[in-house]
Ligand binder design. Structure first.
Ligand code: GDP
Ligand code: MG
Length: 163
């Protein structure tokens, strides 16, 4: 089976935008298991000749601080179970939030390989916005921009290196 790369992070950081950049026009598969796992999209992907399966998590829109945190935690747990590498997605515009810290702790305790990606770095002038993300403890953050298609190759290089 293909190794699994899962994209994890709180809502609105740009996980689905990045997922779509990686899968291009391949058709993503909505997992049809009942319950929370339906909230995930799977697609084959390939980079530098390496085939993998990539997972987008947390697609269902939910309201309320508590509900959002519950869902983020559940998605992180599922990713830890099924993924070979986790792409932990954060948002340069919002900076590090409490929810990011919580996800970081879960991922840290799991000992799974993690690639830290900071999205919404839409131009080089924004590079200074990524430094605070070193504090999450996953090494050098990789700056990406889903909407501009920047840094995606670097992010996949880092993920494949950890497979
Ligand atoms: P998800 O909830 O983590 O899946 O996030 P989405 O992919 O749905 O994106 C959330 C919002 O962030 C949308 O309004 C996107 O258009 C926006 N967004 C995504 N990527 C970028 C980016 O690289 N730069 C900027 N400025 N906005 C982005
Ligand atoms: Mg999404």
């Amino acid at each position: 089976a293909r190794p699994v790369i899962a994209i994890v992070g709180r809502p609105n950081v740009g996980k689905s935008t990045i997922f779509n950049r990686v899968v291009g026009d391949r058709l993503a598969i909505v997992e049809d298991k009942p319950g929370v796992t339906r909230d995930r999209l799977y697609s084959p992907g390939e980079w530098n000749g390496r085939a993998f399966s990539i997972v987008d998590t947390g697609g269902i829109e939910i309201d309320g601080e508590d509900e959002i945190m519950k869902s983020v935690r559940m998605q992180a747990e599922l990713a830890i179970e099924e993924a070979d590498v986790i792409i932990f997605m954060c948002d340069a515009k919002s900076g590090v939030t409490h929810a990011d810290d919580e996800v970081a702790q879960m991922l840290f305790r799991s000992h799974k390989p993690v690639v830290l990606a900071v999205n919404k770095v839409d131009n080089q002038g924004r590079m200074d916005e990524i430094y605070e993300f070193y504090g999450l403890g996953f090494g050098t953050p990789i700056a990406v921009s889903g909407s501009h298609g920047l840094g995606i190759g670097d992010m996949l290089d880092a993920a494949i290196e950890k497979l």
